[in-house]
Write a protein that binds this ligand. Structure first.
Ligand code: ADE
Length: 332
C-alpha cells in the first residue's frame, strides 16, 4: 500500500466511533480528515502511516487494516481486543501509545494513535550495537513500570519485543501493538496475585489441557505460551528478561535459523551470556528466564508493583517516582 492510498481511496459514507475516554471530540472523522504521509509500520494485518489532521495540524500514527483480510484470517476478535486494551490504557499517563479515535469505511478500519516520533527501540539497539548499562537500566525500568500498570488492569501483552517498544519525542518509552493481548476477565483478576493463571482463578475450570493458540514472536515467546499451557502475566516478565538481555548484549538470548529451532532452544533454556555481561544484569535475567512461570521474579508479588523486581540490585539508583519526568540518558 502506498502512503497516499487513504487520501485517494474511495471513502463511502464512513462511520466513526470516538473512544469514550478521550477528548478528541470533533465531529465524525474520516480518512479525508487526514493527510496520509510516510509508512511507519507494517505488520501481517495492518499498515501504519504517519498522518496529519487537516484541522489541527497535529500528527498521528494511523493504523489501517483491510477488513477483508481481517475476516479472511479470522482476526476480528484480535482487532476488537486491541481496541479494548487501548481504550483501557488511555488514561494511563505514561508508557503506552494512545488511541484517540477509530473509524471505518467499506474496506478498512482506522485506528488513530499517538505518534511516537523516535520510532522503535530495536532501531537504537541495532544502531549502537548494545546499550550502556545506565541506558539499559533506564529503559528496563520504564518497561517494568508500564508492565505494572498494564498487568494491574488485567492486560497481558504477549508480544513484547523491541519492535513493539516505541520512543516518543522525549525518548520515553511507549508500548505499542496490542494485537495479541489477552484481557483477563475482570471478575477473575486477583489484584493481589498478579500471575495466577486465568484457568487457576476459575475454580470450576480444571481442564489443564486447554489449548490457546500460539501468539507472539518466536524469540521472545515464553515456554508457557509456547506449550499452550497457561496464560499468565509472567509471560511478559519472560519477554522483559529477553529484552534486558538484548539491550545489553545486542541480540536476543534465543536465536536460531528457524522458528522451530528457536522454540527448541527456549524449551531447553539453551542460551549463554556473552563475556563481560554485568553480574547484576545476569542475575536479573536468570531470575526472569525461568521455565516455571510461577517461579519467575515478580510472579508472586502482591499489590500493583513488581516490588521484587524493582528491588533487584540491577535497578539500584532508579528513581521510580520520577522516572517519566527525567531526561532519559543519551543512547550512545
Ligand atoms: N509504528 C507503529 N505504531 C506507531 C506509532 N504509534 N508511532 C510511531 N511509529 C509507529
Amino acid at each position: 500500500m502506498q502512503a497516499s492510498h487513504a487520501a485517494s481511496a474511495p471513502v463511502p459514507t464512513p462511520t466513526s466511533t470516538h473512544s469514550s475516554n478521550q477528548s478528541y471530540k470533533h465531529s465524525k472523522r474520516t480518512a479525508k480528515d487526514y493527510i496520509f504521509g510516510k509508512l511507519i509500520g507494517d505488520g501481517c494485518y495492518s499498515t501504519v502511516f504517519l498522518a496529519k489532521d487537516i484541522h489541527t495540524g497535529k500528527e498521528y500514527a494511523i493504523k489501517v487494516c483491510e477488513k477483508s483480510h481481517i475476516v479472511r484470517h479470522q482476526k476480528v476478535q484480535y482487532i476488537k481486543r486491541e481496541k479494548d486494551a487501548l481504550n483501557m490504557l488511555f488514561s494511563v499517563p505514561h508508557g503506552f501509545v494512545k488511541l484517540y479515535c477509530t473509524f471505518q469505511d467499506e474496506e478498512r478500519l482506522y485506528f488513530v494513535l499517538s505518534y511516537a516520533k523516535n520510532g522503535e527501540l530495536l532501531h537504537y539497539i541495532n544502531k549502537v550495537g548494545s546499550f550502556e548499562l545506565n541506558v539499559a537500566k533506564f529503559y528496563a525500568a520504564e518497561l517494568l513500570m508500564a508492565l505494572e500498570k498494564m498487568h494491574a488492569i488485567g492486560i497481558i501483552h504477549r508480544d513484547l519485543k523491541p519492535e513493539n517498544i516505541l520512543l516518543d519525542e522525549n525518548m520515553h518509552l511507549q508500548i505499542a501493538d496490542f494485537g495479541t493481548v489477552k484481557i483477563l476477565d475482570p471478575q477473575k483478576i486477583r489484584s493481589s496475585t498478579p500471575n495466577v493463571p486465568e484457568d487457576e482463578q476459575n475454580s470450576t475450570s480444571t481442564d489443564r489441557s486447554r489449548k490457546i493458540s500460539f501468539v507472539g514472536t518466536a524469540q521472545y515467546v515464553s515456554p508457557d505460551l509456547l506449550q499452550n499451557r497457561v496464560d499468565t502475566r509472567s509471560s511478559d516478565l519472560w519477554a522483559l528478561g529477553c529484552i534486558i538481555y538484548q539491550m545489553i548484549s545486542g541480540l536476543p538470548p534465543f536465536r536460531a535459523s528457524t522458528e522451530f529451532l528457536t522454540f527448541q532452544k527456549i524449551l531447553k533454556m539453551d542460551y549463554e551470556f556473552p563475556e563481560g555481561f554485568p553480574a547484576d544484569a545476569k542475575d536479573l535475567v536468570e531470575k526472569l528466564l525461568v521455565l516455571d512461570h510461577n517461579k519467575r521474579l515478580g510472579a508472586s508479588d502482591e499489590g500493583f508493583t513488581y516490588e521484587s523486581i524493582r528491588k533487584h540490585p540491577f535497578f539500584e539508583g532508579i528513581d521510580w517516582e520520577n522516572i517519566w519526568d527525567e531526561t532519559p540518558p543519551k543512547i550512545s
